[in-house]
Design a protein around this ligand. Structure first.
Ligand SMILES: [Cu+2]
Length: 437
């Protein structure tokens, strides 16, 4: 089809329209192709403030959250040996396993941010947004300490989030990524409550498996002081919430990255099945102590220096009668099914979508098992059963019902994706301030 030829130069407004990574989409129009053939005009049009800048320059909006991307070391049980890949002979004591990852460095001085190179955590930090409230996130790429030969960029892709502009999507194939020692500020305006996930999208088969994965959730506008909901539906009210983030570790791939080798991804065969970055029984250990303001480094959980970079406990502690929201996210590569033995859960949301029909019909359902494929999320609420005693609490198991995934490295004994739900007598626990506490 013939279109009239447009010869005018690219205006500043046209350039802003292009700025969202729409170059590929728009490239078919004669306006764009002709304008791009006039490079001096394009340069002249580059008036908007640059969003990419070097670390430390004080400009642009103050971020709600500042994330750093780099590499690091974590701990998986040493006695679950997978020779020669686990424990990794390059790992500094007490760690065993090389990762790529993220850290929350919000508010840290620039020198402390830089000092977090090779101190990333697994999984990446959970963060939340509020429906209708703008959110600004700065991502700084610190480079990979163990692999100076790799000049990999990183991105932060908010999986399932509807972006107006690809430049904020962290999907580098149609937009931009963050090179080493640079940072990029992403902007979000969340409209839809629910449980999402995020990951680096740069060379994603590798970067996702190496640990650049985490949970982000959007709180609904219905929330008010003293009342928390999963969605804008009174039936989704809860008292306590726990994130259950699932992925795997294939030791050979992690070893290859620390030893400057290339894994063959079609051989994918993980040996460790992680819940919030740890395997049972470490899943029951307490949370880490947050960020040390003097060094910017993570404070290890009490008595467990080896879990310094796996700060999230999966232990579910609740009072009888509590309404408990479990936010399941699977960002491994294999479908999982998690069973809460003896307690019925109600699935209220799937993939950040309330299970309710357009005509208002209730599509939620009761189950003891949540099946969740890679890249999916699920929101399940259970009511903690009455405390029966004796003992300080009753214990229920939450575990992967594929029993082959309840061992570490294929060795004898329990391991993998398992944790406990402990039900205390009414009035025992203080109100919950943060998830997984
Ligand atoms: Cu990356």
């Amino acid at each position: 089809m013939h279109k009239p030829t447009v010869t005018r130069a690219l205006s500043r407004r046209d350039f802003i329209k292009l700025g969202g990574g729409l170059l590929g989409v728009a490239a078919g129009s004669s306006l764009v192709t002709r304008a791009l053939l006039q490079p001096d005009k394009v340069v002249e049009s580059a008036a908007p403030a640059p969003v990419v800048r070097t670390t430390g320059q004080a400009q642009g909006p103050a971020p709600n959250l500042h994330m750093a991307a780099s590499d690091g070391w974590i701990y998986l049980p040493r006695d679950a040996a997978v020779p020669p890949y686990h424990p990794d002979n390059m790992a500094p004591d007490p760690f065993t396993t090389y990762i790529f990852g993220f850290r929350n460095v919000t508010g840290l001085a620039d020198n402390l941010v830089q000092a977090q190179k090779m101190k990333m955590q697994a999984p990446a930090p959970t963060f939340s947004l509020v429906e209708g409230e703008d959110f600004v996130l700065k991502l700084t790429n610190l480079g990979l300490q163990m692999r100076p030969d790799l000049i990999d960029s990183h991105t932060l892709h908010f999986h399932g989030f509807r972006n107006a502009l690809p430049i904020f999507d962290g999907e580098p194939h149609s937009s931009v990524a963050v090179p080493i020692i640079r940072d990029l500020t992403y902007f979000y305006r969340p409209h839809d409550a629910g449980t999402y996930m995020y990951h680096c999208h740069f060379e994603e088969t590798e970067h996702v498996h190496m640990g650049m994965v985490g949970v982000v959730y959007v709180k609904p506008a219905l929330n008010s002081p003293g009342h928390k909901y999963a969605y804008n539906d009174p039936a989704t009210e809860y008292d306590r919430e726990f994130i259950m983030f699932m992925n795997e570790v294939w030791c050979e791939a992690h070893w290859c990255d620390s030893h400057i080798q290339l894994p063959e991804w079609s051989d994918y065969q993980p040996e460790f099945w992680l819940l919030n970055g740890r395997v049972y029984p470490d899943t029951l250990e307490p949370n880490g102590g947050g960020t040390d303001p003097l060094t910017g480094d993570l404070i290890a959980p009490p008595g467990r220096p080896d879990l310094q970079y796996q700060p999230v406990s999966s232990l579910v502690q609740v009072d009888e009668g509590d309404r408990v929201l479990l936010r399941f996210v699977n960002l491994g590569y294999i479908e999982q099914s998690m069973t809460l033995a003896g307690v019925m859960m109600r699935m209220v949301g799937k993939d950040a979508t309330l299970l309710r029909g357009r005509n208002g019909s209730d599509l939620s359902y009761a189950t003891q098992t949540v099946s969740i494929a890679a890249g999916e999320s699920a929101d399940a609420i259970f009511v903690a059963p009455a405390y029966q005693g004796p003992g300080p609490y009753d214990t229920y198991l939450l575990y992967n019902r594929n029993l082959g995934r309840l061992s570490n490295g294929g060795h004898a004994g329990y391991g993998g994706q398992m944790t406990e739900v402990r039900v205390f007598p009414s009035g025992t626990l203080p109100p919950q301030a943060e998830p997984n506490t």
